[in-house]
Write a protein that binds this ligand. Structure first.
Ligand SMILES: N[C@H](CCC[C@H](N)C(=O)O)C(=O)O
Length: 284
């Protein structure tokens, strides 16, 4: 029977099983199945997936994220805030501002500390990618997809797509409590027009500095929060003329609030909490 130490953490309820790969060693070809196993609420620990905190050649730490279906994601906003918290509290970094490598490039995290514990983290998530090939979405080549007609099972919708290193499609709704999360979410997630799948977000505009947000995540289904999704939602809302660049927007997710700014220099800043739930040993 093999085992490894884990830390369960969450960002606004979007929870993952974190494994410190400076101290543990897992088989590369077992990672996908392990994420499925640890995520299972009945026979595992229960989570939205698994995140590895790894050594890196270009930054103090590297984050790898696996969804609860075993697929590997290329970025994770809530995960980055928890990785930053873990790295600072476990001495993997000594500064309060540092780089974290992801599969979609390096980001910069700044931790806010009280009595040696990180409670809030700001991450510069870098520039959004907007072109059809960068999402990717299979359609005529476009520099950006904003309020684009999109038919699903005979119904006509309007979509905006944004990549934060991972793909997001945004639908605007009049009432977030009626967002078709469980009907439209899974269908669009696997729509063949999104060859790598897609995270599906529903946004209700409250004001030009406030959004309501719900998400059906690629590879994990409904989660309490999606950091990259919240960033994508703010970028999409600026592109649709509903919010403004350089103005901090509060995004109300099911699990709580994130504070997002698409700055004039083109990068997206995300600020929010990170919390440790428990630690333990996983046997497999
Ligand atoms: N499901 C996402 C990865 C997790 C992103 C989300 N939990 C976040 O906080 O950004 C994907 O496959 O692209």
């Amino acid at each position: 029977m093999r085992s490894f130490q884990f830390t369960k953490m969450h960002g606004l309820g979007n929870n993952y099983i974190y494994v410190n790969m400076f101290e543990e060693s897992l088989e590369e070809n077992e990672l996908s199945q392990l994420s499925v196993q640890v995520s299972d609420i009945h026979t595992g620990i229960g989570s939205d997936g698994m995140i590895l905190i790894c050594p890196s050649d270009i930054a103090p730490v590297k984050m790898r994220i696996f969804n609860n279906d075993g697929s590997e994601g290329k970025n994770c906003g809530n995960g980055l805030r928890c990785v930053a918290k873990y790295a600072y509290e476990h001495g993997l970094v000594q500064e309060t501002t540092f780089q974290i490598e992801t599969l979609s490039g390096c980001v910069e995290a700044e931790v806010e500390v009280e009595n040696g514990k990180v409670f809030n983290v700001t991450v510069d998530m870098g520039q959004p990618r907007l072109s059809s090939k960068d999402i990717p979405i299979i359609m005529e080549e476009k520099e950006m997809i904003v309020a684009e007609p999109f038919e699903v099972e005979g119904e006509k919708y309007s979509i905006t797509t944004v990549s934060m290193g991972n793909p997001h499609v945004i639908f605007y709704v009049d009432d977030i409590s009626k967002a078709p999360l469980t009907t439209l979410g899974p269908v669009v997630e696997k729509d063949p027009r999104f060859p790598e799948g897609v995270n599906v977000e529903f946004i209700e505009i409250v004001s030009n500095t406030e959004l309501h947000f719900r998400v059906w995540e690629r590879g994990s289904g409904i989660t309490q929060a999606c950091g990259t999704g919240a960033c994508a939602a703010v970028v999409a809302s600026v592109l649709n003329g509903k919010t403004h660049k350089n103005e901090e927007t509060v995004v109300h997710l099911a699990g709580g609030d994130l504070f997002i700014t698409w700055t004039e220099d083109g990068t997206v800043k995300m600020r929010g909490p990170a919390a440790t739930i428990c630690t333990g040993t996983f046997f497999y």
